[in-house]
Design a protein around this ligand. Sequence first.
Ligand SMILES: [Zn+2]
Length: 291
Amino acid sequence: MSSASEDYLYRFLFEEFGVRGEFVRLDASWRAVQERHDYPSWVKPALGQTLTAVTLLSGTIKFKGSLTLQLKSESDIQALIAQATEQRTIRGMAQFVETPQAKPDDMAGLLGDARLILTTEAPNGERYQGIVAVEGGDVVKSVEQYFEQSEQLPTRLWMAGNDDTFAGLFLQRLPQSEIEDEDWSRVCMLADTIKDDELLTLDVETLLHRLFHEESLRLFDPEPVAFRCSCSRERVANTLVSLGEGEVTQILEELGSISVDCEFCNANYRFDAIDAAALFKEAESAPPQVQ
Ligand SMILES: [Zn+2]
């Protein structure tokens, strides 16, 4: 389900002091996320930022498997979930109330205070999770706060977006770097001069030159990013098997069939009594791994 696109993650390094940077632009992948759900316009900016943020984080955090960024709140936007794999495939979704209490352009009010949860999950199921409480309903500031509190790594992000494109710039002081505070302040001040339309339209070389032409920068090869959902009928089947035959039979007696929608890509998986019987017969002979 991935599509050819102009979606790329770029990594760069300030060679004279320990600061790393990234720039990402999401076009087709961001539109793919929007096509699969009818998100109201007041939800989209925060969802686009979360998707952009997880892509940037996938370039800095060491992990194998998947990296999931979640913001959970009691406000109008109840959950923002975005996931990246080490192959730079991404997916994202939002949960939200039907009628928001905050004004549609009040992003801080719509998300409110939240918990930021960052999870890495290796293919063998090994998980690492970091959680911080974040204030003020701002995705960008929340990620900055996460690094400050849980990793003690000064980090800054800049983002811009609309229904077609989201773009983000990321700077981080490397651990154990010898950088002087004034160098860090200077590159952040330079990055602060970026305008939204520059983030959204300039190619990476032009953008970096415009901001940092007096610094010595090394730009690495671009890494393509694509939307892909990891759901499958087999995964849903495994979940049903782990529920147990008794519970599944009971649901089937009540509802006739079991229908599961993937919240990320909207794919629908349906199992009737015959499918379920086949599943449990198969499970007896070769027990599948529980997810
Ligand atoms: Zn899916």
